[in-house]
Structure formats: structure tokens, C-alpha cells
Design a protein around this ligand. Structure first.
Ligand code: ADP
Ligand code: MG
Length: 321
């Protein structure tokens, strides 16, 4: 009898060993590519973990997309200039963090960029006219976003303000996904949402090899980094853009001018929190090489590399080769 039980245990362990493997899925959510890879002992655990991440991505999309009329963010944009609008704790906290990052980045990261940004449609090659940019520029100013901590409400003190969390929400979603995976007992995983990646553990005895793409050649890597248990975000001028009369109109706007920022082609930030990497990559892109590197050098735990508009690489001090 004991022998029989022993063999059943052996068989069970054997079957769990053979199905312990990497499980992977890719889906289009939040207007971007979501990629998840997890190491799991059984197929249902792998599928469950991947399913939990995709569900979380879609939940955040429904809450924060400016394109979904019922999202809390869209409701803010429709109503918050008329009266304070109460939002859920999660959205309130992410807006609060965004405003703090505006201060930290001297206004380079500013969710009110959308006051002009919403007039771009990169797929249709549409952009605001010079007159529109001029008229709406005063609406870009994070000080117009007034938070009431007790009520968890948001008010826009300028009539033309719109906000967009496109520079931070994907990083937030990736951080949430990693916490979900940890709670499910997963120890090795990669979660990517567009340019935002976070790694849980290593690739079982090896580091993850994470590539930073060449901004001008989609199939080439500019740099490949061996990483584990950390996050990396890249902002590039190739994600959403169109060209007109030799000018590249892309999706990272300078809050000072209300137009695309041109000092660099791509910025990658490495640090523990994907949410901060995401916002910092956008901010450093706007700040350019000198101010961007200065910002990273005074931000503990966060490092970065910048490919400037002459295609020269620059590193923050802890990454310098
Ligand atoms: P993505 O992964 O979409 O390429 P990035 O991290 O590169 O995102 O950030 C770009 C996005 O950030 C834009 O699509 C826009 O939604 C938002 N954004 C653009 N300019 C700014 C800015 N100055 N401050 C904050 N967010 C911005
Ligand atoms: Mg970003």
C-alpha cells in the first residue's frame, strides 16, 4: 500500500516537473501590445496567472482611457472644469503622483499636456493648427488640477484643461500586474505594456535579456541589457507619429510649447517601479540630454540612457560604461 502511494506521489511530481515551463501570451489592450511570460508548475496555473494580468490591464483601460466615454478619466475631462468630480482612490492617487512628478521634473511631465494633445490623431495624420496651440497653451499647467484629499475629488481651475495618463498608466498597470503575479505565487515573470517592462526574478538561472529598439530601425536593437527583478521603460519618438513636410509629429509633447519634443529620439529608464520609470522616461524625453541626465542623477534608484537626435548615447552616472 505504502509503495503504491509512493509511486503515485512520484508520478504526480514527475507530471508537475514535465509541465513546469514558461507560459506566454500577447494581446492588444490599452492601445498597445501586452506581453506576459510566467514560469509555472502546471498549465492551469500558468493560464490563470496570464489571465489575471490581462484582466487587470483591461480594468485599468476601462478606468483610465480617454477614449472610453464611461471611463472615470473621460468623465473628468467632460465635467471637472465645471465642478469637482469624485473619483476612485486609485485614480486619485495616480493623479496625485503625476502632479508630484510635475514638480520633480520642473513641469516636463504634465498630464495637462492633453489640453492640446487631444487634438492629435496620429493614425489620421491630424494635428492642431498653430492658432489652436496658441489659444490652448495656457491650459497646459498642472497647477490647474486641484485635488481635494478628503473628498477624493478633482477640479480643473481652467475651462480648457484636459488630462491624459498615457505617460504613466501603463507603468502603473505593469506594477499592479507584478503584484498580482506575486500573490499567485509566481516567482519568474516578465510583463510588458508597450514600452514598459517589469521583471519578476530572473529567467531561471539566467538574466532576462531586454532589448531597447533602435528608434529608426524597428527590427534592430540599439542596446540589449541583462536584467532581473527590476523594471525598464522606454519612450521613443517612433511609437505614435506621422510625418508631414519633413517634420515628425510624435506623441511626446513639451508642455512649454504644446508641440513634439525634438532633442532626443529615445529614453530608457531602469528602476524598481514601472510607474516611475514610465513617467520619468517621458519627462527625460522632454527635458533633453543635459537636464534629463541631471534629473536622473538626483533621483536615487533610477538610472537611464538617452539616444539623442544625433544618435549619440548618454548615460546617467551609475550606468556610464
Ligand atoms: P508609450 O509607452 O505610449 O510610448 P511613453 O511613456 O513614451 O508612452 O509616453 C508617451 C505618452 O505620454 C503619450 O502618448 C501621451 O499620452 C503622454 N504624454 C505626452 N507628453 C507628455 C508630457 N509632457 N507629460 C506627461 N505625459 C505626456
Ligand atoms: Mg513614459
Amino acid at each position: 500500500m505504502i509503495k503504491a502511494i509512493g509511486s503515485i506521489c512520484l508520478l504526480l511530481c514527475w507530471s508537475c516537473l514535465v509541465s513546469a515551463t514558461w507560459y506566454e501570451d500577447k494581446q492588444g489592450i490599452m492601445g498597445t501590445n501586452i506581453q506576459v511570460e510566467v514560469w509555472a508548475e502546471y498549465p492551469d496555473r500558468g493560464q490563470q496567472a496570464i489571465g489575471a494580468v490581462m484582466t487587470e490591464m483591461e480594468r485599468i483601460n476601462q478606468l483610465m482611457s480617454p477614449y472610453i466615454a464611461t471611463s472615470e478619466l473621460a468623465i473628468l475631462n467632460a465635467q471637472a472644469a465645471q465642478h469637482p468630480v469624485v473619483v476612485c482612490e486609485e485614480l486619485f492617487e495616480l493623479i496625485k503622483l503625476s502632479l508630484a512628478l510635475s514638480v520633480e521634473t520642473n513641469g516636463a511631465f504634465d498630464i495637462t499636456f492633453a489640453s492640446i494633445g487631444y487634438l492629435y490623431d496620429y493614425r489620421r495624420h491630424e494635428k492642431p493648427s498653430d492658432e489652436q496651440v496658441k489659444a490652448l497653451l495656457p491650459a497646459i499647467n498642472f497647477h490647474h488640477v486641484v485635488l481635494n484629499e478628503a473628498q477624493k475629488s478633482v477640479y480643473f481651475s481652467h475651462p480648457k484643461v484636459k488630462i491624459d495618463l498615457g505617460g504613466i498608466a501603463k507603468g502603473h498597470a505593469v506594477d499592479n500586474a507584478i503584484v498580482l503575479l506575486q500573490n499567485l505565487g509566481i516567482e519568474h515573470a516578465l510583463v510588458t505594456a508597450g514600452g514598459d517592462t517589469r521583471l519578476l526574478g530572473d529567467r531561471r538561472g539566467k538574466p532576462w535579456m531586454v532589448g531597447i529598439r533602435d528608434p529608426r530601425h524597428a527590427d534592430k536593437q540599439a542596446v540589449v541589457l541583462p536584467l532581473e527583478n527590476i523594471a525598464l521603460s522606454t519612450s521613443g519618438d517612433y511609437e505614435r507619429y506621422f510625418e508631414q513636410d519633413g517634420v515628425r509629429y510624435h506623441h511626446i509633447l513639451s508642455p512649454k510649447s504644446g508641440t513634439s519634443s525634438y532633442q532626443v529620439q529615445s529614453v530608457s529608464i531602469i528602476g524598481p517601479r514601472s510607474t516611475l520609470n514610465d513617467a520619468l522616461s517621458t519627462a527625460v524625453f522632454v527635458l533633453g540630454v543635459q537636464e534629463g541626465i541631471d534629473l536622473l542623477n538626483r533621483t536615487p534608484g533610477y538610472d537611464g540612457l538617452i539616444l539623442d537626435n544625433q544618435r549619440k548615447l548618454h548615460y546617467s552616472k551609475d550606468l556610464a560604461p
